[in-house]
Design a protein around this ligand. Structure first.
Ligand code: IVH
Length: 669
C-alpha cells in the first residue's frame, strides 16, 4: 500500500483535529461547517478504501461500532467526590474561616468556577490516547460509557506528544469534568420529541444524563453534548501546586476549560465573582446552578482533608433556584405547528427570579398523570434558561380541584383530536387547522427562515382569521391594499411588509428548505440537505433510504422527510412557492462554484457600511473564498469596517492587504 495514502490520511486527520479544537474547544472556527464536512468526507472515503489504516483515535471513529448491550461497571482509581452545597453567604464565610484556620494562614487565594449543571465524568488517557470514559456512579464505581464520550466533540481523542511534555509525558493520566447539554441542543431535542409524540425532558441535565446512557453511540452523537474539564490526576495525584495552573495546563493539552473562571486574591473578590454571575448566567448557552469555590493552593488540599463524601478545599455556592409556588387557575390545550396539543397551566401570576410567570407547560397527559395536577392546586414551578416554565410538583391539592381532560375536538378548529398508538401526544388531524397554520407561518417568516421582518403574531392572526392566507405561499399573493386594511397597519408599514415579502423570494435555498417546516429538519439539517440535493425537486423525490445514506441524517429524519413530501398538500404548497418565484436551487453548490475568489482567504473585522457579517461571509464563500476567524500570514485580505478590532493591527503587522466593503464588492463582481 502506498505511503502517500497514509500521509494523506494522517494529514487530513491533523487538519480535522485542528479544526475540531477550534470549533468545539475554542468556539472560534476558522472554516465553515461545509468545508469541515468536506474534510471529514475525504477522510472517511480514504478510510473506506483502506480500512487497514483506521485507528481508534481517528476523528471518524467518534461515532461507530455496534450498540452496547449494557455498560460495564468500573472502579475509579481515585474516588470521585461530590461537593458540599450552600445557599448562604454566611456559610461561605464559615468555609473561608475554616480554611484559614486549618491552614494557619490569614489569607487564602480562591479559584471561582461556574458550577455546571450536568453530570460528572472521568476520562482516562494512556500514552496520550483516550481509553476510557466513566460516569461518577456512586463515586467509587461508575459505568464505562467510553463509546458515548467519544462522540463529544470537545473531548480530545488523543493528545499530541509535544503537548504531553507539560505534564511529564505520563503513561496514564485522568481528567475529570462535567458533561452538559447546551440549551440550544436541549430545546431542539425537546421539539423533536414533541413532534414524535415522545415525552419531553424536564431540563438539560436530565437529558444529558439520559443521552450519556444511550446504548447506541450514533444516537448520542445527535444529542450534541459538550464537556468542560476541571480536574487532572497524574499517577493518581494532583500534579501542580496551584489549581489555577492546572486549569491552564488542561487548556494547553487541548481540553475545553470553562473560560469564565477567576483567580480571586481575596474573599471579597470571590464574592464579586459570585454576584456577577448570578445575573450574567442568563446569557450563557448552558445551565449553571451556582459557583464552585476552590482553594488555589493544592498543597493545602491534602492538609484540609475531606469528609466522607466531599473535600474540605472546595464548596459549591448555589444560586437560589428560580422556583416559586402559585396556584393553577386553569389548564387548557395549546395547538402547535405540528398539530400537537400541549396542556398548558394558566397560573396566578408570580415572580420567579425577576420574571413574572403566568403560564407553565405541562408537556403532555402522561406528565399530568405523573404530577397528579388538577385545576385549583398549588404547585411548585421552575424557570430554566429561556425554556418555558414548567410545573415541578403539586404542593397541595385543592379540595375541589378539577381534573383536566384532553378535548376530543381541537380548541381552535373543532377538528378531531387523535392519539396515535404508542404516542404520548394528542394531535389535531385537520391539516387546515388555523392554529397549525399560524405557527407554521411564523416559522416560515422567522429570522432564520425566510426572514420576513415585521410579520409577527398579531399580523399572522389577522391574516389567518380573515382567511387571507391559507398557506405560506398565500403570503406572496397578498396585495399592499389587503395588508393596509389590517388592524394597526398604515400604508407605510404595509408597503414595507410587502417589500419584505418580495425580498424573501430571493432568500437562499437552504433557508427555504428550513422554512417549509419538514419534521426534524432544523437549520443545520436544512443546510446539509441543500448542499447534498442542490434542488428542491431532487430533495422532494429522494427516498428515505437514499436520505439515510447521508451522514448526519438519521432514519427518523429520513422517514420524516419522505413522508412530508409524499403528502399531497405539501406538494401543492411547493408548487405554489415555485410559481411565486422562490429559490428552488442552491445558487452555487459547494461543488460547482463560481470561482472568482477561489483559494483566497478573508478575515472580517469591524462593522461594514452595508453588509452584515453573515452576508459578507456568505457572498465570499459563494464566490469560492474562505472566511476565517484570525489573521495569519496566509490571510489574503482583511476586510475592515468601522470599529475594527485587534485583527486590523495584526493585519498591518503581518503586511496583509486591508480592504473596505467597496473593494470587497468589486472583488465579488
Ligand atoms: S469540582 C472533588 N467543579 O458538581 C471535586 N464540580 O455538587 C469535585 N460540578 O460532582 C468536583 N461544575 O459533577 C467541580 N466547576 C466544577 C463543577 C463541578 C459542576 C459538579 C460535579 C460535582 C458536583 C458536586
Amino acid at each position: 500500500m502506498s505511503t502517500t495514502v497514509e500521509k494523506q490520511i494522517e494529514n487530513l486527520r491533523e487538519q480535522i483535529r485542528h479544526h475540531e479544537h477550534r470549533y468545539y474547544v475554542l468556539d472560534d472556527p476558522e472554516i465553515s461547517d461545509s468545508e469541515f464536512d468536506r474534510l471529514m468526507r475525504r477522510l472517511r472515503d480514504l478510510e473506506r478504501e483502506h480500512p487497514e489504516l483506521i485507528t481508534t483515535d481517528s476523528p471518524t471513529q467518534r461515532v461507530g461500532g455496534e450498540p452496547a448491550a449494557q455498560f460495564p461497571k468500573v472502579r475509579h482509581q481515585v474516588p470521585m467526590l461530590s461537593l458540599d452545597n450552600t445557599y448562604s453567604i454566611e456559610e461561605l464565610e464559615d468555609f473561608d474561616r475554616r480554611v484559614r484556620s486549618l491552614s494557619g494562614r490569614s489569607h487564602v487565594q480562591y479559584v471561582g468556577e461556574l458550577k455546571l449543571d450536568g453530570l460528572s465524568m472521568s476520562l482516562a488517557y494512556e500514552h496520550g490516547l483516550l481509553t476510557q470514559g466513566v460516569t461518577r456512579g456512586n463515586g467509587v464505581e461508575g459505568e464505562d460509557v467510553t463509546a458515548n464520550v467519544k462522540t463529544i466533540g470537545s473531548v480530545p481523542l488523543r493528545i499530541e506528544k509535544e503537548r504531553l511534555g507539560a505534564i511529564g509525558r505520563p503513561e496514564r493520566f485522568d481528567v475529570r469534568g462535567e458533561v452538559v447539554m447546551p440549551l440550544k441542543a436541549f430545546e431542539r431535542l425537546n421539539r423533536e420529541r414533541e413532534a414524535a409524540g415522545e415525552p419531553k425532558f424536564a431540563n438539560p441535565r436530565n437529558s444529558a444524563a439520559g443521552a450519556i446512557r444511550l446504548l447506541d453511540s450514533k444516537l448520542v452523537a445527535r444529542r450534541k453534548l459538550d464537556m468542560f474539564h476541571y480536574y487532572l490526576l497524574v499517577d493518581g495525584k494532583v500534579p501542580l501546586p496551584e489549581h489555577w495552573n492546572i486549569l491552564d495546563t488542561l487548556a494547553g493539552l487541548g481540553f475545553k476549560v470553562n473560560p469564565h473562571r477567576r483567580l480571586c486574591a481575596s474573599f471579597e473578590e470571590l464574592l464579586n465573582y459570585i454576584r456577577e454571575w448570578e445575573t450574567k448566567r442568563q446569557d450563557l448557552e448552558y445551565e449553571i446552578d451556582g459557583v464552585v469555590v476552590k482553594v488555589n493552593d493544592t498543597k493545602l488540599w491534602g492538609a484540609l482533608g475531606r469528609t466522607a463524601k466531599s473535600p474540605r478545599w472546595a464548596i459549591a455556592y448555589k444560586y437560589p433556584a428560580r422556583q416559586a409556588t402559585t396556584t393553577v387557575k386553569n389548564i387548557s390545550a395549546n395547538v402547535g405547528r405540528t398539530g400537537i396539543l400541549t396542556p398548558v397551566a394558566y397560573l396566578e401570576p408570580v415572580d420567579v427570579g425577576g420574571v413574572t410567570v403566568s403560564r407553565a407547560t405541562l408537556h403532555n397527559m402522561d406528565e399530568i398523570g405523573r404530577l397528579e395536577v388538577r385545576i385549583g392546586d398549588t404547585v411548585l414551578i421552575q424557570r430554566a434558561g429561556e425554556v418555558i416554565p414548567q410545573v415541578l410538583k403539586v404542593v397541595t391539592h385543592a379540595e375541589d380541584g378539577r381534573e383536566f381532560h384532553m378535548p376530543e375536538h381541537c380548541p381552535v378548529c373543532g377538528g378531531e383530536v387523535f392519539r396515535a398508538e404508542g404516542e404520548v401526544a394528542y394531535r389535531c388531524i385537520n391539516v387546515a387547522c388555523p392554529a397549525q397554520l399560524k405557527e407554521s407561518l411564523l416559522h416560515f417568516a422567522g429570522r432564520r427562515a425566510m426572514n420576513i421582518d415585521g410579520l409577527g403574531e398579531a399580523l399572522v392572526d389577522q391574516l389567518v382569521d380573515r382567511g387571507l392566507v391559507r398557506d405560506a405561499a398565500g403570503l406572496y399573493g397578498l396585495s399592499e391594499e389587503q395588508i393596509a386594511a389590517l388592524e394597526r397597519m398604515g400604508e407605510k408599514s404595509a408597503s414595507n411588509l410587502k417589500k419584505e415579502i418580495e425580498k424573501s423570494k430571493s432568500a437562499d435555498f437552504p433557508r427555504l428548505v428550513f422554512a417549509i417546516g419538514i419534521p426534524f429538519v432544523g437549520e443545520r439539517t436544512a443546510q446539509i440537505l441543500a448542499d447534498h440535493f442542490v434542488s428542491l425537486d431532487r430533495l422532494a423525490n429522494a427516498s428515505a433510504e437514499e436520505l439515510s445514506q447521508i451522514y448526519e441524517i438519521g432514519p427518523k429524519t429520513a422517514s420524516g422527510i419522505e413522508k412530508f413530501f409524499a403528502e399531497s398538500r405539501n406538494r401543492e404548497l411547493i408548487g405554489k412557492l415555485r410559481a411565486a418565484g422562490l429559490q428552488f436551487q442552491q445558487k452555487q453548490s459547494s461543488l460547482s462554484r463560481n470561482q472568482t475568489l477561489a483559494g483566497k482567504t478573508f478575515v472580517l473585522t469591524g462593522v461594514l457600511p452595508h453588509l452584515t457579517r453573515d452576508e459578507a461571509t456568505e457572498r465570499i464563500q459563494a464566490a469560492g473564498g474562505r472566511v476565517t476567524g484570525s489573521v495569519s500570514k496566509k490571510t489574503d485580505y482583511v476586510v475592515a469596517g468601522a470599529d475594527p478590532g485587534s485583527k486590523l493591527d495584526k493585519a498591518r503587522s503581518l503586511d496583509v492587504e486591508v480592504i473596505g466593503e467597496e473593494r470587497l464588492l468589486e472583488l465579488l463582481k
